[in-house]
Design a binder for this molecule. Structure first.
Ligand SMILES: [Zn+2]
Length: 424
């Protein structure tokens, strides 16, 4: 048993914001009570959360753990340790491994590896098409049986409207969300960053915002046609958010996520340094402003990291030759506190919702601090000053533009199934 004592419980599901003791027994929460008022008088292990926030366990809808196949960049063990340090209790891993997670045997392999080596829960996402090559639908039903929580061809969009429709029809009957990396390949071809003044100045090929929003427009209309659950991954453009708002206003089952780097940085911040290269690329000032407004008003459902490790040998090359993607787990909460809460744009409760009940709803599950629920908790400080040193990351990769940034507030302890998997 573990007693998390004297913390300030902030739980969006029950709208609780009060001092509470939370008693965990095995992998379940057994009691939540006012400090010192628990009905059981056992003597469990105690975690003193005085001065700290106790939130439901954070869920990351979007991560790349690179196993199987690219273990020199990350493994399930190293990636989930970084996730635990970032306060995440569950991570959804994208299927663009080698081999691609497009059939039940790969799904089972990932879950077996997770059982043996993971520090937090690992929820695999299956490929929408075989090999994610956009030609034939993958074995979605068999993968669902094996344990996938969604499908996606992330890294690229589902290739055609016709195949997207087929995948959506199929996923609707299985009640699985279709997570889309929205990108019009023809508009994005050859681009290394967002098209604009900065891309011109750096002499880098750019893609317009429409490279994303054209695909979002396609997909929300197909969601209407099929009745499927569509989740737009790493939404970065104002025009894409307008499509999502349109879809929500029509009652479609459309959700979206935004990454910390997209609500923190802009294309004007891009330096000739591959740690600023990700896809979708850092967007314009007005996009960032729109994303923060969407995070505040409920148009955005979740904050997701798109944790995308690449070993130094891959990333230490010319900007236009480097792969897309940056690390995300360990800086996500601190960036959200800095950019959204300390700036006065979002309440702490709303920020927590974007890491907990928001992503849980996308997956059609519950996340709350009450008796009978899984014993997953994220405990963090809003005041602790710390500096991110990427050299100390348990990740096998070092590709973060936030190295050496100083933060106010961040993760302190992460509890998964009643076990403390990370503690400062
Ligand atoms: Zn993607």
């Amino acid at each position: 048993m573990l007693l998390v004592k004297n913390g300030r419980v902030l739980d969006p599901a029950t709208q609780t914001d009060a001092p509470r003791d939370v008693l965990l027994d095995g992998d379940k929460i057994v009691e939540v009570a006012q400090p010192g008022k628990l009905s059981q008088d056992k003597s469990p292990e105690i975690f003193d959360a005085t001065g700290l926030i106790v939130a439901p366990g954070f869920i990351d809808l979007h991560a790349h753990l690179r196993e199987p196949g690219q273990e020199s960049s990350e493994t399930i063990a190293t990636g989930t340790l970084a996730a635990a340090r970032g306060g995440f209790t569950a991570v959804c891993c994208m299927p663009n491994t080698r081999p691609v997670n497009d059939n039940a045997s790969v799904t089972r392999f990932i879950l077996d590896r997770a059982k043996a080596s993971a520090h937090v829960r690992v929820w695999p996402i299956g490929a929408a098409s075989t090999g994610s090559n956009g030609e034939a639908i993958s074995e979605i039903a068999a993968m669902k049986q094996a344990g996938i929580v969604a499908v996606s061809d992330d890294g690229k969009p589902i290739a055609t409207a016709k195949l997207t429709r087929q995948v959506m029809d199929y996923c609707r009957s299985l009640d699985l969300p279709v997570i889309e990396h929205s990108e019009d390949i023809s508009l994005a071809a050859g681009a290394a960053m967002r098209e604009g003044v900065t891309s011109t100045r750096l002499g880098l090929p750019g893609m317009p915002a429409a490279a994303e929003s054209v695909c979002v427009a396609r997909d929300v209309q197909l969601a209407e046609l099929t009745g499927a659950r569509l989740h737009v991954a790493h939404l970065s453009a104002k025009a894409s958010l307008e499509q999502v708002r349109w879809a929500k206003s029509r009652g479609l089952r459309v959700t979206c996520e935004v990454t910390p780097h997209h609500f923190t940085l802009m294309d004007e911040d891009v330096q000739y340094d591959s740690r600023f290269k990700m896809n979708p690329p850092l967007a314009a000032r007005e996009d960032r402003e729109a994303l923060i407004a969407g995070l505040a008003d409920g148009s955005v459902d979740a904050i997701a990291t798109d944790h995308a490790p690449h070993e130094p040998a891959l990333k230490d090359v010319e900007f236009d030759r480097a792969p897309f993607g940056i690390l995300g787990f360990e800086t996500a909460l601190a960036l959200a506190l800095e950019q959204l809460v300390n700036s006065g744009r979002l309440s702490l409760m709303r920020m927590i919702e974007l890491f907990t009940t928001g992503p849980a709803r996308v997956l059609s599950i519950e996340r709350k601090i009450s008796a009978g629920q899984p014993a997953d908790l994220t405990i963090f400080s809003t005041t602790r000053e710390w500096t991110y040193d990427v050299k100390l990351s348990p990740s096998k990769s070092r590709n973060s533009p936030f190295d050496a940034r100083t933060f106010k507030g961040g993760p302190v302890a992460t509890i998964v199934a009643g076990q403390i998997v990370h503690k400062m």
